[in-house]
Design a binder for this molecule. Structure first.
Ligand code: A5P
Length: 227
C-alpha cells in the first residue's frame, strides 16, 4: 500500500495543535511538516485563539505573519511554553536528527528554551539508529574547510550544501556541511565532539530536547513519550 506522507504529516500536526493552550508562547518549527502546524494555528487564531509565537526561520515567520499569527521577539520571553517542529529522523528514545531544511540553529535555540518540545513526523522518520540521513553541521563560512577536515578526522564525510551551484546560506549567513557518519552509535558523544570544533555554530543532533514525538501513521497517529 502506498503511504500518503502528506496525510500523515497533517494528522500529526492536527494532533499536536490540540496541546496548544490560550495565552501560551508557542515555538513554530520549520519544514514541510511544521508548515501544517502553522496553518492549523492560523485557523485557531482566526477563530479567536490568543497566543504569541516565535518562528524558527524567516520562511516560518513569513507564513505566520500572512496568517495573522502574532510574533514575539525571543529575547523578550523567559521561556517558550510549547514548540511544535519536524525532524528528519528520530529514535523511540527521542533522539533527533534535524536540519534538512537548514533551520537547525534557531530550531535548537528555540527547543532549548521550550518546556514542551513536540516533534511531528510521518512514518518514514522513525529509525532504530540515527545517521542514514546526513547530519547537517552549520559553520561560519570562514571556517568551512577547517571544519570539513576536522569532521573527516572524526569519521564524517562532509559536503558543503549547494543550491544552484552556490553554497546554501542559512538565515544567519552561514554554510551547512551535510556529513555522513554512517549509523551513529552514540549520538550524545558525537554531539559533544562536534560542538568542540571551532567554527561550528550548531549541528542537527538534538539530544534530550524532545518531550514527545507524534508520528502520523496512515490516518491516525502514534505518540512516543520516551522513557
Ligand atoms: C528544518 O531545518 C528541519 O529541522 C526540519 O524540521 C526537518 O528537516 C523536517 O523537515 P520536513 O518536515 O520537511 O521533512
Amino acid at each position: 500500500m502506498m503511504v500518503d506522507k502528506e496525510q500523515e504529516k497533517q494528522m500529526a500536526a492536527k494532533e499536536a495543535v490540540k496541546l496548544v493552550k490560550p495565552n501560551q508562547v508557542v515555538g513554530l518549527g520549520t519544514g514541510s511538516t511544521a508548515m501544517y502546524v502553522v496553518h492549523e494555528i492560523g485557523k485557531l487564531v482566526q477563530a479567536g485563539l490568543q497566543i504569541r509565537a516565535i518562528p524558527t526561520s524567516d520562511r516560518t515567520a513569513a507564513l505566520a505573519t500572512s496568517l495573522d499569527i502574532t510574533l514575539v521577539d525571543i529575547n523578550t520571553v523567559e521561556a517558550i511554553d510549547i514548540t511544535i517542529d519536524g525532524a528528519d529522523e528520530f529514535t523511540p528514545d527521542l533522539s533527533l536528527l534535524k536540519g534538512g531544511g537548514g533551520a537547525l540553529l534557531k530550531e535548537k535555540i528555540v527547543a532549548s528554551l521550550t518546556r514542551e518540545e513536540i516533534i511531528i513526523t510521518d512514518s518514514s522518520k522513525q529509525v532504530a539508529q540515527l545517521g542514514k540521513f546526513p547530519l547537517p553541521v552549520e559553520v561560519i563560512p570562514f571556517a568551512s574547510n577547517y571544519v570539513l577536515r576536522q569532521l573527516a578526522l572524526q569519521g564524517g564525510t562532509g559536503q558543503i550544501r549547494m543550491v544552484d551551484s552556490q553554497p546554501f546560506i542559512t538565515d544567519e549567513g552561514n554554510y551547512i556541511i551535510d556529513t555522513n557518519f554512517g549509523l551513529i552509535a552514540d549520538p550524545a558523544a558525537l554531539s559533544n565532539t562536534i560542538n568542540q570544533v571551532n567554527g561550528v555554530v550548531a549541528h542537527g543532533l538534538f539530544i534530550k530536547l524532545a518531550s514527545k514525538v507524534i508520528m502520523g501513521v496512515g490516518d491516525s497517529t502514534v505518540t512516543f513519550s520516551g522513557k
